[in-house]
Design a protein around this ligand. Structure first.
Ligand SMILES: [Zn+2]
Length: 537
């Protein structure tokens, strides 16, 4: 067991980060992970450098059992230790005959974490057993697991609610775990309703009567303060923080470790993950979001794409002079970056900064022209703040640049519905382009107009541009706008694209949804080809 030292203010010098995406985080509505996904998420967590990865509940479902079996064959962790989760023995049975404890032993991990009820009403109403038996269940289970050479953590479920109603019983559960040899007593705010002062107060009392093992904290975000509660717990002497990268979990989620880690490391100067890995935080957060198929939240503290973005003209020019006037940390410390957001509200200085970011030099008259164009286009329904790819092309075109990859002569889309109401819908697109003196025509089918146009364009020019193979469209969003300019509704289409080393968004606006989609698609492909040609070969 690693020991934790305390500095003069009572803050621990280091804290162990315990991620539970693969167990508690997977309780989130709509989040479902295959065994392959779970292995990839574990790899990312280890790459980030967390101390513990809770892998799931072996024996409770076949997927988790398979995960533990495959894990030992397929993964070697560098910094992290794998944890198997389970519960104490059932009431009225012997630990050695308990199937859950047996599965925990067989999961073959060094550490196990078992949940124990610490709220008297849950013991009496849900478990339907006596408080004495609940205490014995903890003792027996910990002794059984330590006799199989396991390091044991106890998740004291509903601890803060339980302590409020019956502090004597909640404390007995902890004491039983301590005496039986548990290494860490994790205090859980299972319903997520506690506030930081409750946490500080309760842990102060608990630590006055129980001193020997380490304490952990496990919070849920139902009151919007899971991270604050976790920090309060560390302030009260806790040395293990449980949660999930990106705060996944049921209801309002678990503690967001993407915020708790930099809070602890950068603000409180407490060792969490290895210091030189903190800059991996943003990419690991986004990578995990992709693996669990959730879009990253742009406003997520530290790692969101908007959290170091600056929009208003005056504000952005001040950022250029002195970043720390408007940023609470240097974003590169967590692998994020300052971003200048350009809209019709932008002043010259914002636009000049954006141009510099791209590597363009624009003189005053060109800048003035671009500002006028931006105003006109935004009035027509464009929204360049969210379309960095199209904005860059707009700035480049203002300098006289024009894409010479290919010239579009025409495109055409046909959608056929055949048969009765259960009939097949087929979409076919034909695209004609010129490359130099040559003319290329291709027809392709797709599951919808954008897909068909994309496929036809690719079959037209694919042989000429190897880079196209890497460019893929990752998202397509449509919004109908009432611009209020007398022409009625227009459609705004946004397309997200990726080439494996960067991602970009392009935009198209038109009264016709196909034309709006085509404009966004065209910019997407041109942007991708342009950056492939700029990249050193
Ligand atoms: Zn939980």
């Amino acid at each position: 067991m690693e020991s934790h030292h305390y500095d003069l203010e009572g803050l621990p010098a280091s804290v162990d980060i315990f991620d539970t995406i693969l167990r508690d985080g997977s309780q989130q509505e709509g989040l479902s992970l295959t065994v392959d996904d779970k292995i990839k998420v574990a790899e990312q967590l280890d790459h980030l450098g967390v101390a513990y990865i809770e892998g799931g509940w072996p024996g409770a479902n076949p997927k988790d059992t398979e995960f533990f079996e495959r894990f030992h064959h397929e993964l070697t962790l560098s910094t992290a230790t794998l944890v198997a989760f389970g519960s104490t023995r059932r009431p009225g049975t012997k630990a050695e005959n308990d199937a859950v404890l047996q599965a925990l032993v067989e999961a073959n991990t060094e550490v196990v974490c078992i949940v124990a009820k610490s709220w008297d009403r849950h013991v009496e109403e849900a478990l339907k057993t006596s408080l004495d038996e609940a205490v014995a269940m903890v003792e027996d289970s910990v002794k059984f697991l330590t006799s199989h050479d396991k390091r044991v953590f106890i998740d004291a479920e509903h601890f803060f609610d339980g302590y409020r109603e019956n502090p004597a019983f909640a404390t007995r559960i902890l004491a039983a775990g301590e005496q039986a040899g548990a290494e860490c007593l994790v205090l859980c705010d299972t319903n997520g309703g506690s506030l930081p002062h409750d946490i500080t107060h309760t842990i102060g009392h608990v630590r006055a009567s129980i001193t020997s093992p380490a304490f952990g904290i496990h919070c849920h975000n139902d009151a919007g303060v899971a991270v604050a509660n976790s920090l309060a717990a560390v302030g009260a002497g806790v040395t293990q923080v449980q949660g999930c990268i990106n705060g996944y979990g049921e209801r309002a989620g678990n503690t967001d470790l993407s915020a708790a880690i930099p809070d602890l490391s950068l603000k409180l100067h407490i060792q969490t993950i290895p210091h030189d890995r903190l800059e991996r935080l943003t990419s690991v957060s986004h990578h995990i979001a992709e693996l669990v198929n959730q879009s990253p939240a742009s406003q997520q503290p530290y790692v969101g794409t908007s959290v170091f973005a600056h929009k208003a003209g005056l504000h952005a020019s001040a950022v250029a002079k002195s970043k720390d006037l408007y940023e609470h940390i240097d974003p590169t410390l967590v692998g994020n970056g300052t971003r200048v957001v350009v809209s019709e509200m932008a002043g010259r200085s914002t636009l000049a900064m954006k141009a510099e970011e791209i590597g363009l030099e624009l003189d005053g008259s060109v800048l003035g022209g671009i500002l006028d164009d931006l105003k006109t286009l935004e009035h027509a329904g464009y929204h360049f703040e969210v379309a960095d790819g199209s904005l860059e092309l707009l700035l480049r075109r203002a300098t006289g640049w024009e894409s010479d990859f290919f010239t579009v002569e025409s495109y055409r889309v046909v959608t056929d519905h055949t048969g009765d109401e259960h009939g097949v819908v087929l979409t076919e697109a034909t695209v004609t382009v010129r490359i130099g003196d040559e003319r290329f025509v291709a027809t392709a089918q797709g599951n919808g107009p954008v897909n068909a146009l994309d496929a036809a364009l690719r079959s037209c020019i694919g042989e000429r541009f190897d880079a196209l193979q890497k460019i893929r469209l990752t998202d397509y969003r449509v919004r109908v706008l009432d611009t209020g300019v007398g022409t009625g509704a227009v459609t705004r289409v946004l397309i997200d694209s990726d080439d494996g080393s960067r991602s970009w968004t392009t935009i198209g606006v038109s009264e016709n949804i196909i034309e709006a989609s085509w404009l966004a698609l065209y910019d997407s492909i041109v942007f991708g080809l342009l950056h492939a040609s700029l990249r050193p070969q």
